[in-house]
Write a protein that binds this ligand. Structure first.
Ligand code: SF4
Length: 337
């Protein structure tokens, strides 16, 4: 992991809200609000946050399924932020996405082998025989029999369909894979199998991975670094071990406390978040988290936007909190002694 494969700078995505007979624009949704970070070659980043925090929008912008409103995305040193038409095709070959719902991401009337081979056909890779061989290699890679190629999606279980989704995404041998909540629609018993498979493939193929999840427990298993997102902004970003040993942002602490501990004798300080994530149409001013934060300070947190700053001077651990990394650390009532 030496050089960045993907560089994201000040990325913003706003969606217009239209209303009335004339469908006039009456407001905007700030889905992603100035996100910057790099993803190194071969690295696996976990992107975590509650529903509506903008993580899926961010993932879709990175694979260019959504056009950013502003900011930039650089891939292998090339600015790909506004690529379109033919210029987008070589990028699409190197960057793939797998979706949350393995049931709806496969065409029910297309045989699995044809679904997997679709990318090869679109990019005119190989002849029919070579494509068939590559499909068989992919099926083997994700742990399915070659006979699966001639069957239809409804003949498979949820976990098997997500394996097919993985084979589809990997058939073009991409460099960067965005996995958008790939296990959250699966039974708990199957989730671990798909996670293990994804981790093995990431290491075997030296894939660069952005793994999106709403549950910190899921990303712990698969990520080198973790970005915690809240209402369009990254609020904490560091390597996995540091985050799990020393979460700094109050929101990360709350997510952390929600991870089940399989030991009834181990004490835990459960932090119950009040209310839902506020609407991104009218995001709270200052720190977006202040209406739900148990240590928020009036006059500071509801006014100033906290910057993502080093924790204890370490550039390897960043957090955006006035009381934990900013200029008001003496006011931190929730400080760990
Ligand atoms: Fe809580 Fe204030 Fe820190 Fe935001 S900046 S997380 S409201 S203490």
């Amino acid at each position: 992991m030496s050089e960045p494969l993907v560089e994201i700078k000040d990325l913003v995505k706003q969606f217009p809200v239209k209303s009335g007979v004339l469908q006039r624009e009456t407001a905007t949704v700030d889905a992603v609000d100035g996100v910057s970070f790099n993803i190194m070659k071969g690295e696996s980043i976990g992107l975590v946050g509650e529903s509506g925090c903008g993580k899926t929008t961010l993932g879709r912008m990175l694979v260019r399924l959504l056009e950013p409103t502003s900011g930039s995305i650089t891939f292998e040193g090339e600015d790909v932020t506004h690529l379109s038409g033919k210029a987008l095709k070589p990028f699409r070959k190197k960057v793939q996405i797998i979706f949350q719902d393995p049931f709806s991401s496969l065409d029910p009337r297309t045989q699995v082998g044809d679904s997997i081979a679709e990318g090869l056909r679109l990019h005119k890779v190989g002849n029919r025989k070579q494509r068939r061989e590559q499909v068989n290699r992919m099926l083997d890679l994700v742990g399915l029999e070659p006979s699966a190629a001639g069957r239809y999606p409804h003949e498979f279980s949820g976990g098997q369909r997500q394996r097919i989704g993985l084979a589809r995404a990997l058939v073009l041998e991409p460099e960067f894979l965005v996995a958008d909540e790939p296990v959250s629609a699966l039974d708990v018993s199957v989730q671990a199998q798909v996670l293990n498979l994804l981790k093995e493939l990431q290491q075997e193929l030296n894939l660069t991975l952005l793994f999106i999840a709403h549950n910190l427990g899921v990303v712990e298993h698969i990520s080198d670094r973790v970005a915690v997102m809240y209402l369009g902004r990254i609020v904490e970003f560091t390597d996995r071990d540091r985050l799990f040993a020393n979460p700094v942002h109050p929101y990360t602490e709350a997510l952390m406390s929600a991870i089940p501990i399989p030991d009834p004798d181990r004490p835990r300080n459960r932090v119950i978040l009040q209310g839902d994530v506020p609407s991104p149409i009218n995001s709270p001013p200052g720190c977006h988290f202040h209406p739900r934060c148990t240590i928020a300070q009036a006059g500071i947190c509801d006014v100033e936007i906290p910057a993502l700053l080093p924790v204890n001077g370490s550039e390897e651990h960043l957090a955006a909190c006035h009381l934990r990394t900013g200029a008001h650390q003496e006011l931190d009532a929730g400080k760990k002694e």
